[in-house]
Write a protein that binds this ligand. Structure first.
Ligand SMILES: [Zn+2]
Length: 295
């Protein structure tokens, strides 16, 4: 999945648009990750192209991850995001989930009263969502202008890790927001995963660590959101999923994940509480931002 992409890369600079050179964070035999000195984003260098990413999601993603991702493992994640959303917005209203997969998150949202739509690049996953009665829009719907200022809520659950350009995606998400609307993002926490690289190697678990194309800090996402006209209103740890998508050693992996939930998750939550929400050190975080200039 990643090797071919490295060769076709075009974009090299950070999506924040700075011309400052990034510095290397770490590299493996095939991949190199760098950090932007301006916005703090850690990213695969050089960055993959739009064609390679869209082709991957349309053709290959479903057989690699799609079915697993659609399993019950993601349920705690979806409940966590929906709970966080419910602190800030209540139905009725329109909600768009970009990268909705087979629509499980939207099924949950619909049960609580939201009028739900989804966008999904993977055709088999989009079909499964449609079979559940979810309205699935064309992948190009957010670019077309037809849905401008339409949605009260737009959600991006672990989508910004694997888009061509997260700032462009956030700008498109913002363009379909109704006045006062909010964007809800769940993202992999670079602060956590980079600090766990060494301990993960000790227990032979480095291949369970999923480094995609972008690794976020809360600061990087805040910078991106502010740059497209959003103001961050809430930030917190996100409940972990039940396990990695395709563990190398299923039994061993299960034990490690049980340990993580019993030790690391309470630690993350404690750090969050004792620092008054300033230290967000869970495996993933949720961030909610509101369209600026609206009350
Ligand atoms: Zn940057």
């Amino acid at each position: 999945m990643t090797m071919a992409i490295d060769q076709q890369a075009i974009g090299t600079g950070c999506p924040c648009g700075t011309d400052k050179q990034p510095t290397e964070v770490f590299h493996t035999a095939t991949r190199r990750y760098v950090r932007c000195p301006i916005c703090d984003l850690v990213f695969l260098y050089p960055r993959p192209t739009r064609e390679s990413i869209e082709g991957y999601f349309q053709e290959d993603y479903d057989s690699d991850y799609g079915e697993v991702e659609a399993s019950d493992d993601r349920k705690p994640v979806f409940q966590s995001v929906l709970q966080h959303l419910s602190f800030h917005r209540s139905p009725p209203g329109t909600l768009l989930d970009i990268g909705c997969g087979d629509g499980e998150f939207l099924v949950l949202c619909r049960q609580t009263g939201w009028n739900c739509s989804g966008i999904e690049l993977s055709k088999p996953a989009a079909m499964r969502a449609a079979q559940k009665g979810i309205r699935v829009l064309s992948p190009h719907a957010v670019k077309s202008g037809d849905w401008a200022k339409h949605f009260q809520v737009v959600t991006l659950i672990n989508v910004l890790e694997t888009v061509t350009d997260p700032v462009v995606m956030l700008r498109q998400a913002t363009a379909v927001l109704a006045p006062g609307g909010i964007v809800v993002v769940r993202a992999t926490n670079g602060l956590f995963h980079l600090s766990m690289r060494t301990p993960a190697r000790w227990i032979g678990s480095q291949y369970d660590q999923a480094f995609h194309w972008y690794l976020y800090s809360t600061r990087a996402l805040t910078v991106f959101m502010e740059s497209v006209g959003l103001t961050v209103i809430s930030l917190r740890n996100s409940k972990p999923s039940r396990g990695p998508l395709s563990p190398v050693h299923p039994w061993f992996s299960q034990m490690k994940w049980t340990m993580s939930r019993a030790v690391l998750w309470p630690l993350s939550q404690t750090l969050y509480v004792v620092t008054g929400g300033r230290l967000v050190w869970g495996p993933s975080f949720e961030i909610i931002a509101q369209l600026r200039g609206s009350g």
